[in-house]
Design a protein around this ligand. Structure first.
Ligand code: MG
Length: 167
């Protein structure tokens, strides 16, 4: 694997949180995960892809996911978040960058995500079109505290790098 040089490397941070409700499918990082509750959102509520997208856009100083795909626009109602991420990646490329690595923390009290971390990393890598060894997914509970701890929400924090296409 060729490691990127530090020349022109940029870092972005992304964060998102969505409410959980019964009768919704839980989709995290493009992976459907068995759960009593799923995430509520104008799109499919994939909080992991939203936070990753914002981190990559932020690293390029581009407008955020809410600016690019407003939740007031009926065009994005129920949309697969993979499509939003893919469209945002076109903006990243047009700005002259390619994704470097992605490091995510999924804050979820339930369900236990250990068994899904590998599938999530593979799914994210394939959506962003980067090698799977440049994507890392961690899962943490909130020790029973706050809306995440009471299984009312799932949040995600992401740090990502982008590398200039033509340094
Ligand atoms: Mg969101």
């Amino acid at each position: 694997m060729t490691l990127p040089t530090a020349d022109g490397l940029r870092v972005g941070i992304g964060y998102d949180i969505h409410r959980l409700a019964e009768g919704r499918e839980l989709v995290l990082g493009g992976v459907s995960i068995p759960s009593d509750k799923g995430l509520v959102g104008h799109s499919d509520g994939d909080v992991v892809l939203h936070a990753i997208t914002d981190a990559l856009l932020g690293a390029c100083s581009l407008p955020d996911i809410g600016d690019l795909f407003p939740d007031t626009d009926p065009m994005y109602k129920g949309i697969d978040s993979k499509i939003l991420t893919e469209r945002a990646m076109e903006k990243v490329k047009a700005a002259g960058f390619r994704p470097g690595n992605i490091d995510c923390i999924v804050h979820a009290e339930k369900p236990k995500l250990t068994a899904f971390k590998k599938a999530m990393a593979e799914s994210i890598a394939s959506i962003i079109r980067i090698p799977v060894n440049t994507v890392n997914v961690k899962a943490k509970t909130n020790e029973g505290m706050g809306p995440v701890g009471s299984f009312d929400a799932i949040a995600t924090t992401v740090v990502a790098t982008v590398i200039p296409i033509n340094p």
